[in-house]
Design a binder for this molecule. Structure first.
Ligand code: ACO
Length: 329
């Protein structure tokens, strides 16, 4: 049995936060943000809108596009670093509840911006092992809730949103996900971290005063490792599978910074037509960014059955991953 990528859906919250809006909050400028990141706007969830609300909306669309009912799902995997609840229940359980799905495994994956590829690897492995037939995978984030809105080095980068996909069993090798590679190196754990409120620094007045429950990032150092790792990761998966970069229809990388994406695309010799870039509209939505970008080209009529997608992500941990995926929608 093989695993195929059957459908895509996404949800973007309606509120738009522009660089000019951010100029009113912190010492920054539209010019700095545009030049250093390529970001112009990001979408921000309502106060009472949760990560699972957004994930559920994306999931409903993915189900509809696969012509499936929630009952057809036999596993739910949600990648997120901004769960509805701190330790439990998982956001996947909340999505299961909202979809009306019971008695199937539902779990979260914490792999920061690489989370969607980790979820895809999990779905593929369960299907190939014969343990699941239709897996709902989701990347959903309400990063606005874990961003320090007084820290100009991070608050300009992130946005909210969700993407979801159905990964199904197939006997047709032509449809099969070709390969997924995931990896991590924990020695970089403190380059991108929410230092407080875990068991290392349990929630206390001091932790709250130091704003240690929000995202902290060594941006420049992260940038350098990201470019190197994203490039070598893709070179490896292409070489391992004997696929040339010209054979890729859509390169869909994690949307963190247009300078990172351009550097990786240039190193791989990919043309502008092949590279999907949504960072200017949505900013960095962590685990949601790849499925949101994929949904963008699907809704624009550019993602067709049989197109070969190359996914590539890098994030906190550090974690990273890449995947070669024919679209079977
Ligand atoms: N507005 C104006 N100036 C700023 C701002 C801002 N918003 N933020 C920082 N600066 C200043 C700094 O203070 C610094 O000033 P100094 O030279 O006087 O000290 C100067 O701008 C340059 O700062 P750098 O951090 O060196 O800027 P850089 O070019 O590296 O860009 C950025 C910063 C955009 C964060 C970039 O490093 C980046 O994109 N890093 C990688 C992000 C990433 O890929 N993360 C992984 C995934 S995210 C996840 O997993 C959740």
């Amino acid at each position: 049995m093989y695993a195929c990528f059957r459908s895509i859906g996404a949800y973007v919250p309606k509120n738009v936060l522009t660089n000019h809006d951010l100029e009113q909050r912190v010492d920054t400028s539209d010019e700095w943000i545009t030049k250093r990141t390529g970001i112009k706007t990001r979408h921000i969830a309502d106060k009472d809108e949760t990560t699972s609300d957004m994930g559920t909306k994306a999931a409903r669309l993915a189900l509809e596009r696969a012509a499936m009912q929630p009952d057809d799902i036999d596993m739910i995997v949600c990648a997120t670093i901004s769960p509805d609840y701190f330790c439990m229940p998982s956001t996947a359980c909340m999505i299961a509840k909202k979809l009306g799905v019971a008695n199937v495994p539902a779990m979260d994956i914490s792999a920061a911006c690489s989370g969607f590829i980790y979820a895809l690897a999990t779905a593929k492995a369960y299907i190939e092992a014969g343990m699941a037939k239709n897996v709902l995978i989701i990347g959903a984030e309400k990063l606005s809730a874990i961003v320090d809105w007084t820290d100009r080095t991070t608050c300009i980068l992130f946005g909210d949103g969700a993407g979801a996909a159905i990964v199904s069993a197939t006997e047709n090798k032509e449809e099969a996900i070709i390969d997924v590679n995931i990896a991590a190196d924990g020695k970089y754990y403190n380059y991108l971290i929410t230092p407080g409120c875990g068991t290392n620094h349990p929630c206390s007045e001091e932790v709250l005063k130091e704003r240690a429950c929000f995202i902290k990032m060594k941006g420049n150092e992260t940038f350098k490792v990201a470019v190197k790792t994203l490039t070598s990761d893709v070179e490896e998966i292409l070489a391992k599978n004997g696929i040339a970069s010209e054979q890729i229809t859509h390169f869909i990388p994690h949307q963190a910074n247009y300078r990172i994406l351009n550097a990786v695309a240039n190193a791989l010799g990919l043309s502008d037509d092949q590279v999907v870039m949504t960072v200017s509209k949505y900013g960095n939505t962590s685990s949601a960014s790849i499925p949101m970008a994929m949904n963008e080209i699907y809704e624009a009529g550019k993602l067709k059955k049989g197109d070969l997608m190359l996914l590539d992500a890098f994030g906190g941990g550090f974690t990273w991953g890449s995947a070669l995926v024919p679209f079977c929608g």
